[in-house]
Design a protein around this ligand. Structure first.
Ligand code: BGC
Length: 763
């Protein structure tokens, strides 16, 4: 294959009399190989490489293959099996220069085996588990002929109204940056050219998570310091970890759409950060430059995008239509097209496709007979990662863990919800293969008469919301109502509750409520379900809420009525088993929130690392003329970093190795952590630093490190963190990244609020 392919390049070269390289260039020499190939390409072939198209079920396959064979398409996404992609690669091999196609897909949290949604992965604070989820996803995707994913999504979000909060890793820059690195390495493995690796393209560059009002696709207006300090580092971390691609955000930043932003794409990304990979537009984003009002027509849109360094246009036709004319008229230069083509070819080279265009497609005789075969799933890994991502928010009177002999009333619209269990962006996950909470609990409860199920409520009673959620699939609606009246559903659940020792209510959002284009003004559990919870509470039976949702919800009332609350997000293919593991105590919960839970929507944005203010509110003192809302308690319902365990931990003897640090030195911060309870358990020890006085206002605290540790019942351990000057650096008003001498507070805690503190001076 290899030789044939190379030979093909030179044969076609001679027969088409395109400017030929004099001597064959070995494949090993990447730059020369690509330059040589580019010398042979016509303008049309070059522009063809910049086209990335979505393969929908309705697409005429024959036409697409013809276009590929004509050199008019560089890559596709959404076609996800070897059998589907092989004929397209065959078509590419029939093209004049035999430039291979690549095949992309949104592999966000698993491919066939669905892992917990990214926000849940972040809740594990477990880099090995997160890495494993990415590695499994890459292997499964590569085995299905995919070469590249549009992930990780590392947009910092401090506004849970934004539905895509579910796709990111939360509100914190440090935690998200660590995960960004881990995910890139997991997808790409040792090298993106390996047969079981896929290339990562970090998204959405940049600042998509900061859309105004949490309303999807809205504008972003942000100071440079905030950008550099809080929002840009995760993208940078992914790029430094070697991400081969970047997907450009749909939003504008300070008045310029990212897709037309030469500062963002050329000055920052390529010049300052040294990115050499592939920049892909988001879906239809080049065309949207007209809607943004920065391009008068398609021609201008294409000009702005190519000049900004958008290499590939996702699902619009403007490059093909407009670039030749723009070049002819001198409005763009050849180098603009060539730079983009070079980056596309280099990415294909890095995916190993010039060496072997069928690297991940393989031979037809080896294709899986059934792409959905159980044997292709990684259930054990998914269950292990999922249980590590669950966060215990409340556990009054040790309501949890449940006894396996208890009689349980399992109620709620999410108890038997295989689609929702997978969460949004569930790639090639199949609902029929996902374990619901009912399935998971049934597997544990021996006596089937001890598990009484009643739906209790529909997801929502609001017809408009229901229609919205089913917008894309009216034929086979994703959210299916039980047609019985609400009071009948509730009565049935109350009856089940009265017959049981304990109630487990699976409530929250359907997966589509936390999705792209699913912004909410209200973060309550929908009213139908709240009514159910009130009725269950009135039975007086112990009430356990199993929350399923893709963003922080406002659960003030439910927090008062429930005896225990387990935040499970959307936990993937093995979700039901993983949740049952925790409910019945086979796994002691260890997750911690990667986002703040507000008390109300009115508090948003609430994030733990806000800047210091001149008139802070002091708990316990009158609030007048301080920064707060007078009509509610100040502070979040659950802080960042929070999460309980079935055991208890204490922190003592926090110590710093010195009260001073010089710019080349190291400081050791330590604390004694003891498991004071009766069970073995894991917890996350978190290190926060506050720069007390600076040349500009600094956050009240910032996460700088953490360790997830396991302690046996009664065991204690000293946990050490090393602090260096690097941990103290920040972007000042001149955007200089440096530490400033002065006092720093170091805090160590098991969440961001309840901490021990010591101070030191940077000399
Ligand atoms: C989303 C991207 C996604 C792309 C391709 C867009 O609508 O914003 O995150 O990668 O579609 O599916």
């Amino acid at each position: 294959m290899k030789k044939l392919c190379l030979l093909g390049l030179f044969v076609s070269l001679a027969s088409h009399q395109v400017l030929a390289a004099e001597t064959p260039v070995p494949l090993e020499n990447k730059d020369a190989f690509i330059s040589n190939l580019m010398k042979q390409m016509t303008l049309d072939e070059k522009i063809g490489q910049l086209r990335l198209i979505s393969i929908g079920p309705e697409m005429p396959r024959e036409l697409i293959r013809k276009e590929i064979a004509g050199g008019n398409i560089g890559g596709t996404f959404n076609s996800i099996t070897r059998a589907e992609n092989r004929p397209m690669q065959d078509a590419a091999m029939r093209s004049r220069l035999k430039i291979p196609m690549f095949f992309a897909y949104d592999v966000i949290h698993g491919h066939r085996t669905i892992f917990p949604i990214p926000l849940a992965l972040a809740s594990s604070w477990d880099m090995d588990a997160i890495g494993q989820s990415g590695r499994v996803a890459a292997k499964e995707a590569a085995a299905d002929s995919l070469d590249i994913t549009f992930a990780p999504m590392v947009d910092i979000s401090r506004d849970p109204r934004w539905g895509r909060s579910s796709e990111g890793f939360g509100e914190d820059t440090y935690l998200t940056s660590r995960i960004a690195r881990v995910m890139v390495k997991a997808y790409q493995g040792e090298t993106p050219s390996a047969a079981d690796s896929i290339m990562a393209s970090v998204k959405h560059f940049a600042l998509y998570g900061a859309v105004e009002g949490g309303r999807d696709y809205n504008t972003v207006d942000m100071s440079p310091v905030k950008m550099y300090q809080d929002y840009l580092p995760p993208y940078r971390a992914a790029i430094d970890a070697g991400a081969g691609g970047v997907m450009v955000a749909l939003n504008s930043i300070n008045g310029i759409p990212a897709t037309a932003d030469t500062w963002l794409m050329n000055d920052l990304l390529r010049r300052d950060w040294g990115f050499k990979g592939l920049a892909v537009s988001d879906h239809g984003a080049i065309f949207e430059l007209i809607k943004h009002g920065v391009a008068r027509d398609g021609r201008e849109a294409a000009k702005l995008a190519i000049k900004a360094g958008i290499d590939m246009s996702m699902n619009d036709t403007l490059y093909g239509k407009e670039l030749p004319g723009l070049l002819k008229s001198g409005e763009i230069e050849q180098k603009h097209i060539d730079n983009a083509v070079r980056e596309v070819l280099a990415a294909k080279y890095d995916m190993g496709l010039f060496k072997d265009p069928y690297l991940r497609i393989g031979k037809a005789e080896d294709d899986p007979a059934d792409t959905y075969a159980e044997s292709r799933l990684h259930r054990a890994e998914a269950r292990e990662v999922a249980r590590r991502s669950l966060v215990l928010l409340k556990n009054q009177n040790e309501t949890l863990p449940l006894k396996k002999t208890a009689k349980v009333a399992l109620v709620g619209p999410l108890a038997k919800a295989p689609i929702d269990m997978m969460g949004s962006w569930a790639a090639a996950g199949r609902p029929a293969q996902s374990v619901t909470l009912f399935d998971g609990m049934s597997a544990v409860i021996g006596d089937k008469a001890n598990l009484i199920y009643a739906r209790g409520a529909n997801i929502t009673g609001d017809k408009k919301v229901l229609d919205y959620l089913n917008f894309l699939n009216f034929d086979a609606p994703e959210v299916v109502d039980d047609p019985r009246p609400a009071n009948v559903l509730i009565d049935e659940a109350v009856k089940a509750a009265k017959d049981a020792d304990v109630i487990v209510a699976a409530v929250g959002e359907s997966r589509g409520m936390s999705h792209e284009s699913s912004s909410r003004t209200d973060l309550n559990i929908p009213e139908t379900q709240r009514e159910l919870i009130r009725a269950l509470k009135a039975t007086g039976k112990p009430l356990v809420l199993v929350l399923m949702n893709g963003r922080p919800l406002t659960i003030l009332e439910e927090n008062q009525s429930a005896d225990a609350i387990l935040e499970t997000w959307f936990s993937g293919t093995e979700g039901g088993n993983a949740i049952a593991d925790v409910l019945f105590g086979d796994y002691n919960p260890s997750g911690k929130l990667p986002v703040t839970f507000p008390r109300s929507v009115g508090q948003i944005p609430t994030y733990y690392n806000h800047l210091s203010i001149g008139r802070p509110f002091t708990p316990g003192k009158p609030g007048n003329y301080t920064s707060q809302y007078f009509d509610d308690t100040t502070g979040p319902l659950f802080p960042f970093g929070y999460g309980l365990s079935y055991t208890d931990f204490s922190l003592n003897d926090m110590a710093l190795s010195s009260t001073t640090l010089n710019t080349t030195g190291k400081l050791d911060a330590s604390v004694m952590v003891k498991n004071t309870g009766k069970r073995d358990g894991e917890t996350v020890v978190q290190l926060y630093i506050q720069d007390v006085t600076g040349s500009m206002i600094r956050p009240v605290k910032e996460l700088k490190n953490f360790q997830k540790i396991m302690l046996k019942a009664g065991e204690q351990k000293v946990v050490h963190f090393t602090i260096t000057e690097d941990d103290l650096k920040f972007y000042n008003a001149q955007l200089k990244y440096a530490a400033e001498p002065g006092k720093f507070n170091v805090q160590i805690g098991l969440d961001s609020q309840d901490v021990k503190q010591q101070s030191f001076e940077l000399l």
